[in-house]
Design a protein around this ligand. Structure first.
Ligand SMILES: [Zn+2]
Length: 405
């Protein structure tokens, strides 16, 4: 069905902005955009006065099966079956759509659930965003993520784990290079999987054409990943000139997940977050926000992601990451790029999506107001299209539109 929306403010995802624009699209993709499109024939015509439109947002760091409960480890322990994990993931998919997120770069789920979730959504059996799935993370024995990941020690096991995830259909490989803030009984910034192990995983992923992303907090772990050719650094936390220089040189992506850290510190122990988590996050905050500012100014390719699923970082709240990015020096148009075009590049799908251009998928997020004038517009999502189909509207009096089977 051909849809035309008129009188829109269109952010194209690559730094461009046009007011009073029209957008023409159907299930095959975006057909045309710009002021000249207003006369084009369409079955549905919508007056977009007062609305701004961007390419559909990509949440670049989510654990789609986790709900943001105060004690994340307790949810992982409770959801110890595949069906329990899938139930949370399915519900969170709806939350994503409602908040403008049309694609999720999952960063690890138990039982490889994100891979199956992707498939049932693509088959039209479940309403949800596009899922880019690593399935389980790869970590060292007893390391960060060991309670829901694959434990691998030595380059041989690490290589086998990577090959296994590729065989299971992973879209990307998630590597745990250091300890983390959420795990009990370990320092956050210490190296875990070592250089040889990370390199073995990265090699296999490169051979298969699958991108790699590494949880890396602390310099040694980040440098191990960069030298091994990992394509994206998640968190970072203690970025300095040396790390940033190498990231710029190699074109490494960086997903700072500032919202996750910010929420843990804001809510604290009083809200039920375990004290060891709060303490580690407070320490990380001393260097993390300034590290992000340096990385952004140096030209590192930034991805917008929150670490959705950790305490109080809900799946429908990518907007808080946008607000923090703005507070730490990023202009609104670059924030939009970090949530659209740059993640499409990181996922290797920028030829098909990530910007508003004729021929690309009609994945669109429409919000009330102009975010360049009012940042809160990012929280007022009014319509969401995925593949040219309306998957959420705040205006119809009902929230959900099930896809036609
Ligand atoms: Zn994470």
């Amino acid at each position: 069905m051909v849809t035309r929306i008129d009188h829109l403010t269109v952010y194209d995802g690559r730094g461009g902005k046009e007011q009073e624009a029209s957008l023409l699209f159907d299930e095959s993709g975006i057909l045309a955009t710009g002021r000249g499109v207003r006369e084009a024939e369409a079955e549905t015509v919508i007056d977009g006065t007062g609305l701004a439109c961007t390419p559909g947002w990509v949440q670049s760091h989510s654990h789609i099966a986790l709900d943001g409960l105060p004690n994340m480890q307790a949810q992982i322990a409770r959801d110890n079956t595949e069906s329990a994990v899938m139930a949370s993931a399915a519900r969170n998919c709806l939350r994503c759509l409602k908040s403008g997120v049309v694609a999720v770069r999952d960063m690890g789920t138990a039982f490889d659930v994100s891979i199956r979730l992707r498939d049932v959504i693509n088959e039209g059996r479940l309403l949800g965003p596009r899922i880019y799935a690593p399935g389980r993370v790869i970590c060292m024995t007893g390391g960060h993520g060991a309670d829901f990941g694959i434990e691998a020690d030595g380059p041989h096991e690490a290589r086998k784990a990577a090959r296994g995830q590729i065989k299971r259909g992973a879209d990307l490989i998630k590597i745990m290079a250091t300890g983390g803030g959420q795990s009990r009984g370990m320092k956050a910034g210490v190296p875990q999987l070592n250089f040889e192990e990370i390199r073995a995983i990265a090699e296999e992923a490169q051979h298969a054409g699958v991108p790699t992303a590494a949880h890396a907090q602390g310099k040694e772990g980040v440098m191990n990943c960069l030298r091994a050719g990992v394509e994206s650094i998640e968190h970072g936390v203690t970025l300095d000139e040396e790390q940033i220089e190498l990231m710029v040189k190699q074109g490494t992506f960086f997903c700072p997940t500032m919202a996750g850290l910010w929420y843990v510190i804001q809510k604290g122990v009083a809200a039920g977050i375990p004290p060891y988590v709060v303490e580690k996050c407070k320490r990380q905050a001393e260097t993390h926000f300034s590290g992000f500012e340096k990385a952004y100014r140096a030209g590192v390719r930034i991805l917008a992601g929150t670490d959705a699923g950790i305490p109080f970082t809900y799946q429908d709240d990518l907007a808080t990451e946008f607000v923090l990015m703005r507070q730490h020096g990023m202009p609104v148009r670059e924030i939009i790029t970090a949530a659209t075009y740059t993640p499409a590049q990181a996922l290797g799908v920028d030829q098909k999506t990530g910007s508003i251009e004729a021929g690309k998928w009609a994945d669109l997020t429409l919000m009330e107001g102009d975010p360049e004038e009012d940042l809160e517009a990012f929280r007022r999502v009014r319509m969401v299209y995925k593949g040219g189909q309306l998957v959420y509207s705040s205006e119809k009096g009902r929230d959900w539109f099930l896809p036609v089977l």
